[in-house]
Design a protein around this ligand. Structure first.
Ligand SMILES: Nc1nc2c(c(=O)[nH]1)N(C=O)[C@@H](CNc1ccc(C(=O)N[C@@H](CCC(=O)O)C(=O)O)cc1)CN2
Ligand SMILES: Nc1ncnc2c1ncn2[C@@H]1O[C@H](COP(=O)(O)OP(=O)(O)OP(=O)(O)O)[C@@H](O)[C@H]1O
Length: 192
């Protein structure tokens, strides 16, 4: 059997187990994670930060979005196109209207923009920078279009797995921020 078939079956198994056993995000964990991201972003000083509007049971980055906008950063959020296409990043401010999009996502009505930091949501991760999302392949298709952007995965430390199988198209994350630490992964190249 080709490797990609076995790894996609493995990924599906890990994804289902992680989603079924998803940890509840406590307000304290959410605050701790956001505080770590905020400190990190202050040191990077990006122009445009792509964050994510939360789906149910996910870490909620909305307080970070507000904090960043008030500190003068431009915030972008993804608009989810039909499967097979990359995400579209659109500008968001505190007064931007949000619309309902695919798979229960919400997206801003603002103009398109090009982030220089991309905060990447995940269902599970490993210490080598392996990431598992909902299985749409959206971030894998999107991240190569922003080669200059710094990629920062984020999630709870409880979402760590020993090993996530990676395919050729999978984009390893150089850095993952959790509620308890900042992980500079094995895939970290020339950053920081
Ligand atoms: N908050 C948030 N926004 C995001 C993402 C994310 O992970 N979190 N995405 C990250 O890529 C993109 C949307 N990706 C998604 C891709 C597929 C499904 C999906 O297939 N959902 C299934 C249920 C999955 C399951 O529970 O097994 C469905 O709705 O039927 C959902 C989101 C962009 N926006
Ligand atoms: N760059 C790509 N080109 C073609 N197909 C891709 C690409 N990236 C992912 N895919 C396909 O998309 C599907 C889902 O991929 P994968 O399991 O890696 O998604 P995911 O990273 O969990 O999802 P997401 O990024 O939406 O959170 C797989 O069938 C995979 O082959």
């Amino acid at each position: 059997m080709p490797d990609s078939i076995t790894s996609s079956a493995q990924k599906q198994r890990i994804r289902q187990a992680c989603l079924a056993d998803r940890p509840f995000v406590t307000p304290r964990q959410n605050r701790q994670l956001i505080a770590r991201l905020a400190v990190l972003l202050q040191s990077i000083k990006p122009n445009i930060v792509a964050a994510v509007w939360p789906l149910p049971e996910e870490v909620d980055l909305r307080p970070l979005c507000k904090q960043l906008a008030r500190a003068g950063y431009q915030v972008a959020l993804p608009h989810t196109p039909p499967k097979g296409q990359p995400l579209i990043f659109r500008c968001w401010t505190e007064t931007t209207r949000m619309r309902r999009g695919r798979f229960g996502t919400s997206f801003p009505t603002g103009r398109r923009c090009k982030p220089d930091v991309i905060l990447v949501p995940l269902v599970a991760f490993d210490r080598a920078g392996g990431r598992l999302g909902y299985g749409g392949g959206y971030y894998d298709r999107t991240l190569p279009l922003y080669p200059q952007a710094r990629l920062i995965g984020y999630g709870l430390s409880q979402q760590e797995q020993a090993h996530i199988p990676m395919d050729e198209h999978d984009q390893p994350l150089p850095m993952i921020v959790t509620d308890s630490e900042i992980i500079q992964t094995a895939s970290m190249k020339d950053m920081f």
